[in-house]
Design a protein around this ligand. Sequence first.
Ligand code: UD1
Length: 417
Amino acid sequence: MSERFRIVGGTRLQGEVIVPGAKNSVLKLMAASLLAEGKTTITSVPDILDVEIMSELLTRLGCKVERISDLVTIDVPEKLNVRAEYDLVRKMRASINVLGPLLARLKIVEVALPGGDAIGSRGLDYHIKGLELLGAKIHLEHGYIIAEAPNGLVGANVTLDFPSVGATENLMTAAVLAEGVTTIDNAAREPDVVDLGEFLNAMGGKIEGLGSPTIKITGVKELKPATHSTLPDRIVAGTWAFAAAITQGDITIKGGNPEHLELPLEKIVEAGAVVTTTADGFRVKMDRRPNAVDVATLPYPGFATDLQPFVITMNAIAQGNSIVTENVFEGRFMFVNELLRLGAEIHVDGHHASIHGIEKLSGAPVQATDIRAGAGLVLAGLVSDGVTIVEDAFHIDRGYPGFAEDLIALGAKITRD
Ligand code: UD1
């Protein structure tokens, strides 16, 4: 498959899109299937590269993974391999989600460190500290985290310094088979975390407080495989909502859950769009140039950091000045450098971006640096004069099934070449 999107700017997006299952939910469900011997079935699975990577990881751990259309079955054997190799982990950070389940089931696990991280440094320290409180002995060897709990894990009280999604998930999937009760304070409240908890409960787990800052997990002896449907992807739904606002379009987002996007949709309304709920989703209609809006990203239910590139793109062509503050990921403003190539007027100072809206961007070659930055640049290309080329399109494939096809159906002039 080719590696770049070519966009001719200037069209208003109009029509209907269907929201796929959530990337950040399905990957965690797949990893959690390791907790129970037997056949787990996951439905509404999106057709994205990251699902293939997770399937390959589970296969190498000893599972039999089959995909038929949007349904994935994972047959988990009694004996699993303990090692998640670097070549896969480096491709996808969510591979780290096998840490909790494998430790709980096998009492030993070796997971490659995703690039850039080291034990104790930002990135995995909450995962490690939490698992240590549950009784694991953890060390780093040859680029792998080796975690052991020869006598099994024991429930404990864990308070996270920051409501990390990944740490909450790893702790939940480890504690579910621990002896006794675990509480996670300052837990992440994202819908993906709730969905994972509900899946674990369907497998026989005892988890309370999902969606609140305190999660209580009463350990059980074993779990049984279950069938579970993936949540609709709130970030993809939010991407389409911003796409409508940015292009002065009118998009009906089928399958999107507006309750998972309360704050982003409030901002879109503040920008001048009309948002209405429909029988099976919601609709965003924008008839004018957007007003600039100030946004600060925060853990859920705050404004999702994954939607930040889209609000910056909207502000770049909005009426007025705005400030977007990034509170979750330090490196996320890399995307702004590419937007500058399209003529955006943005000044970054630490974790604040000051944006002066201009009427139109100016098409140029730019580079996708991650999934959301890539999608943001494509949307920026839609409101740029002339041709925008977004290189490294594979980033977008990791999170958006059929992105170009959906855009074409909405009237965009976009090709892969
Ligand atoms: C998940 C999502 C990602 C989303 C993010 C925040 C997946 C696959 N990815 O990532 O799309 O942007 O939630 O909603 O679900 N941190 C530490 N130490 C740790 C763990 C995290 O310092 O042990 C820091 C991170 O560097 C980051 C912040 O905490 O600055 C949030 O990270 P976290 O919530 O863990 O994000 P992920 O689970 O990696």
